[in-house]
Design a protein around this ligand. Structure first.
Ligand code: SAM
Length: 247
C-alpha cells in the first residue's frame, strides 16, 4: 500500500541519517567549520543570544537541546547563563553523543550537562519539564517533522520557548548562484577529503533542498500549537531562526 511504502521510506531515511552521523562523528566539528567557513558559530551564537538564558535566579532553567550532536549549542547556552542553566543534550546517535560527552569534560561548567540518547519523535521526558527546547540543523534530518514538533511542545513548560535553527533555500539574487555552485562543487569533495566519503555531504545538500520553506515550517510550528511564531533569516537566507512559545 501507499501508506506502507511511506513508512518504509521514513525508516530508510532515519537509517541513512544514522549512518551518515555515525561515519562523520569524529570529524563533525571540523567539517562544520570548514564547510561554513566558521559562520555556523555566528548563527549558533545568534540563537543563544535570542534565547537569553537567565544568569541567576532562584528557579532553575532547564533546556533540552535536541539533535544536539557534539554539544556545542549546549555549551553556548550554559556559558551564556554563567552556569545557571542546565542542558540535556539529546540525539539519536550515540557516536555524536560520545564525542560530545568527551568534549564536555573540558567545558567551563561541566556539571551542567547531561547526554541522553533519544529520538526527537518520541521523547523519553516528562510533559512540562523544560523551559526551552532548541534544535540546530537537526529538524530536517528527522523523518516525521510534525511529530517532533508535537513532542517538543509536550515536554515544554507553559511559558516555555522553542527555537529552531535550520538551513533554508538561498533565494537572494546573485548569491543563490554562488551558493548552488558552492553546495554542488565544493562541499561534497571537501567532505571526501576530510571524512573519506562524499556521500554524506550529498545527502546534506539534498536534505536542505527538500526542507519546507520558512512560511511552511512556520505553519507547522503553529499546527503543533506554538504561539507568537516568527522567523528571522540569516546570512543571505542560508539559515533561518524560528521561534515559538507554549502559552
Ligand atoms: N546541533 C548540532 C549542530 O548544530 O552542530 C548537530 C546537528 S547535526 C547536522 C544533526 C543531528 O541530528 C545529528 O547529530 C543526528 O544524529 C541528529 N538526528 C537525526 N535524526 C534524529 C532524530 N530522529 N532524533 C534525534 N536526533 C536526530
Amino acid at each position: 500500500t501507499h501508506f506502507g511504502e511511506r513508512i518504509v521510506a521514513l525508516e530508510e531515511k532515519q537509517g541513512l541519517v544514522n549512518q551518515v552521523f555515525h561515519d562523520v562523528a569524529d570529524r563533525y566539528d571540523l567539517m562544520n567549520d570548514l564547510m561554513s567557513v566558521g559562520v555556523h558559530r555566528l548563527w549558533k551564537d545568534a540563537m543563544v543570544a535570542e534565547l537569553a538564558p537567565p544568569k541567576a535566579g532562584t528557579r532553575p532553567f532547564r533546556v533540552l537541546d535536541m539533535a544536539g550532536g557534539t554539544g556545542d549549542i549546549g555549551e553556548r547556552i550554559v556559558n551564556a547563563s554563567l552556569g545557571h542553566a542546565s542542558v540535556v543534550v539529546s540525539d539519536i546517535n550515540a557516536d555524536m553523543l560520545r564525542v560530545g560527552a568527551e568534549r564536555a569534560k573540558g567545558w567551563r561548567y561541566p556539571g551542567q550537562v547531561e547526554f541522553v540518547e533519544a529520538n526527537a519523535e518520541e521523547l523519553p521526558f516528562e510533559p512540562n519539564s523544560f523551559d526551552a527546547y532548541t534544535i540546530a540543523f537537526g529538524i530536517r534530518n528527522v523523518p516525521r517533522v510534525q511529530k517532533a514538533l508535537d513532542e517538543a511542545r509536550r515536554v515544554l513548560k507553559r511559558g516555555g520557548r522553542i527555537l529552531v535553527l535550520e538551513f533554508s533555500q538561498v533565494d537572494v539574487p546573485g548569491f543563490d548562484a554562488f551558493y548552488k555552485l558552492y553546495s554542488d562543487r565544493v562541499i561534497p569533495p571537501m567532505g571526501r577529503v576530510v571524512t573519506g566519503d562524499a556521500q554524506p555531504y550529498q545527502y546534506f545538500i539534498e536534505s536542505i533542498r527538500k526542507f519546507p520553506a520558512p512560511p511552511e515550517f512556520t505553519g507547522m510550528l503553529g499546527k503543533a500549537g506554538f504561539k507568537r511564531v516568527k522567523h528571522t533569516s540569516m546570512t543571505g537566507n542560508i539559515a533561518t531562526l524560528f521561534s515559538g512559545w507554549k502559552l
